[in-house]
Structures are given as C-alpha cells and as structure tokens.
Design a protein around this ligand. Structure first.
Ligand SMILES: *Cc1c(COP(=O)(O)O)cnc(C)c1O
Length: 384
C-alpha cells in the first residue's frame, strides 16, 4: 500500500462517487449559512442557473438533497398513478432500478429488456412502445453497470411525442446530452459522478409541458410542484444540504469555465486510454470497444481469476478502489470509472495496478505495455 508519512495514499477510480477537486471540497468546508438568508440565496441562484447550462435546458432544474435514486423516484411519484402503464428500456442494473421504483409505486411496467452489455436499438424500442400504447418511457443514457452509453437522441426521435425520461446520473457532464436540442422531456442526474461533487444532491429537469401532465405527487418530499414553487422564490422547500450546494456551485463553475465540449473530448480520450491499456494487457473488454464508452470501462476478469478477488487485492494491497460487477456480473467483470475529475495519469495508475495485481494473483497477462499504449491512445486527437 502506498504510504506517505503515516497517511495511507488511496486512489478512487469508481464511476461514482468520484474524486472531487480541492476547490470543491474547500467550498463545502465553509461555515454553514442559513438556507433562508441572502447569503445562501446567492449561492442557490448561481447553482440553479449553472445546472440549467450543464443540463443544456432553459427549463427548471429541480435540486434535491438526495442521492440520484431520489430524482428517479421523483419522476415516478409525479408522472404516474397506480395502475398506469409505462415502458422501461433496461440494459443493466439501473434499468432494473427504474422497474423496481415503478413496482414499488404500483405502476405497471412494460420492460423492454436487452442483455447487459448490449445497446438498445431505437427502432425496436419505438416499435415496442407503439405496440404497448404507453405515453411514458424511462431509460438510461449511461448504464454504469455495463459501460454502455445508449443513443437517447435516436430513441427520442423514434418514439416522437411519447414522453422520454433519461437517467443521466453518470453521464451528465461526461458525454453530450442536449436536453432541449434533442427534445428530451426529463433528465435526472446526481452530484457524485461527472459533476465532480460529493454524493448527496440530485437534479431533475422538468419543462412546463411535462409539469402540465404531472399528477398529484405521491411523494411529499419529491413533489415537483412544491419544489418548483419554492425554487422559483429561491426559498428551498426543505432544508437543503447547504454545504453540498456550495460545493456543487464551484464544481459546475469549473466545468462551465472549461466548457462542456472540452469535458466531452477529455472523456472520449480517457475512454480510449483505458481501452487501449486493457487490450494491451491481453484482457477482454465487456463495455463496447468504441468512443461511446466514455463513462466507464468494463473489463472481463481473465480466466481463473475472480473479479472480486482482484478488487480486494487492488484495494488492500495497493490502496486502489475500482468497481465490481453487479448482479449476475459479480466476479465476472470489473469496472474502471473515468468520469469527472480524471486525467490520463488516473487511467495509467489504474492500469498499472490492475497489471500488478493480476500478476500477483497468477494471471497470464502481457506486462509492461498497457501504460505506454494508454498514453498513445490519449494523445490521439478526437476530431478524426
Ligand atoms: C449512480 C447511478 C444511479 C443511482 O444513484 P445513487 O446516487 O446511488 O442513488 C442511477 N443511475 C445511474 C445510471 C447511476 O450511475
């Protein structure tokens, strides 16, 4: 384990929570302000404006103190009544989460399921939606459990007027998502992934035409109308996590100062570096081997090695945290996140420790090439 003085040096390479820049952490350590005073109102106003820019929408972005799943639940609580029928496009563990939330709310789900690791096909989705006659579709842009980033723009084009809700919890700020430009009706996200913030805040963009079709909320806390009314007056409905909102304001400022386009380009190059290194070691990718895989790189554990054992070795021996496979992929894959405050040295560190740990566990892999290949891949300009 890397020891500096008597402090363990640890490395976090998971697709949420993600590393947080010092300025963002420092903002969260400022003295607490009262949430109904002018001090906070300024921060709140700035954060809500910046959220609109990052969501690429002119509509309201509701901000909750909750993890990302809270924003997901707000959608079902406000757009569905018991017995309503909705379609869920599921191609990983977070698609299954949409289904669980719907079931908990007694909503009837038409599941449009794909194998984990496959990308949904827009025309197939549209055909299934037409056949079932639903007027609401829930999906993921990035299903973080597999690394697949699906083409939500084509899905929206194919389903037309049917309301589309996109879970962009791990993809907002990492890959392009034109909420207004593509006509995406609702986008949910969270603070602890590409937005470079600690966990604890969730967002939902809700345009007027969607608010108009909302039902009586079956959640008190996540009631869209009540939250919007309060936000409109810069007077949060409930005590918000003021420190986290300070942090989010700074993080969004950093992202927007650099520009979203620069962030998207960096994420593509980080994905390229991760894939090049993994392949150079002789390992097999689970996530698609193309530039869409800019959020997380999922890798098959090599023959004879359990992915979870590898992760334990990485963490306990070398202080490096990667993400495991979920559900039926447990032990079979491992995942390197590269969203948010990541640069190429994070990727090469992750690759170098995977290489070292696999060697320690007795796997037969190619040594000494992954890092060099990763640097080469990262250097290749994206505008090809
Ligand atoms: C992380 C994540 C979630 C859930 O977020 P929590 O903050 O853990 O509630 C939902 N969907 C996707 C795609 C995610 O990556």
């Amino acid at each position: 384990m890397g020891i500096v003085g008597d402090v363990e040096k640890r490395y976090l390479f998971t697709p949420g929570p993600t590393p947080v820049p010092p300025a963002v952490l420092a903002a969260g350590a400022e003295p607490i302000v009262h949430h109904r005073g002018t001090d906070f109102r300024e921060i709140y106003a700035s954060t809500l404006e910046r959220l609109k820019s990052v969501h690429r929408t002119e509509s309201d972005v509701l901000l909750y103190t909750a993890s990302g799943s809270g924003a997901m639940e707000s959608v079902v609580a406000n757009l569905c009544a018991p017995g309503d029928r909705v379609a869920v496009v599921s191609h990983g563990s977070f698609g299954e989460r949409w289904i669980s939330i719907c079931e908990q709310h007694d909503v009837d789900v038409q599941a449009i399921r794909y194998e984990w690791g496959e990308s949904p096909d827009a025309d197939e989705v549209a055909a299934a939606v037409r056949e079932s006659g639903v007027d609401l579709v829930l999906c993921q842009q990035s299903d973080t459990s597999t690394g697949v980033v699906s083409d939500v723009r084509s899905i929206k084009e194919a389903i037309g007027d049917v309301t589309l809700v996109v879970d962009a919890i791990s993809s907002l700020g990492a890959v392009p998502l034109e909420t207004d430009g593509w006509g995406i009706d609702v986008v949910v996200s969270g603070s602890q992934k590409a937005l470079m913030c600690p966990p604890g805040l969730a967002t939902t963009s809700v345009p007027a035409h969607v608010l108009a079709r909302a039902k009586r909320s079956r959640s008190f806390y996540f009631d869209w109308q009540a939250n919007k009314k309060a936000q409109d007056k810069l007077d949060a409905a409930f005590t918000p996590a003021v420190s986290l909102i300070r942090s989010l304001d700074v993080a969004l400022g950093l992202i927007l100062d650099d520009g979203l386009e620069a962030a998207f380009e960096r994420h593509v190059r980080l994905g390229r570096a991760a894939r090049a290194g993994i392949k150079a070691m002789g390992l097999e990718l689970f996530s698609p081997d193309d530039d869409s895989s800019a959020v997380v790189t999922a890798v098959r554990a090599p023959e004879g090695i359990d992915g979870d054992d590898l992760l334990l070795q990485l963490r306990d021996k070398h202080g490096v945290t990667l993400a495991p496979g979920q559900a039926h992929l447990k032990g079979k894959i491992f995942r390197i996140g590269h969203i948010g405050w990541f640069d190429v040295f994070d990727i090469t560190t992750a690759l170098a420790t995977v290489e070292l740990s696999l060697t320690e566990l007795g796997a037969d892999i190619e040594r000494g090439v992954a890092v060099a290949r990763a640097f080469e891949a990262f250097e290749t300009p994206v505008a090809a």
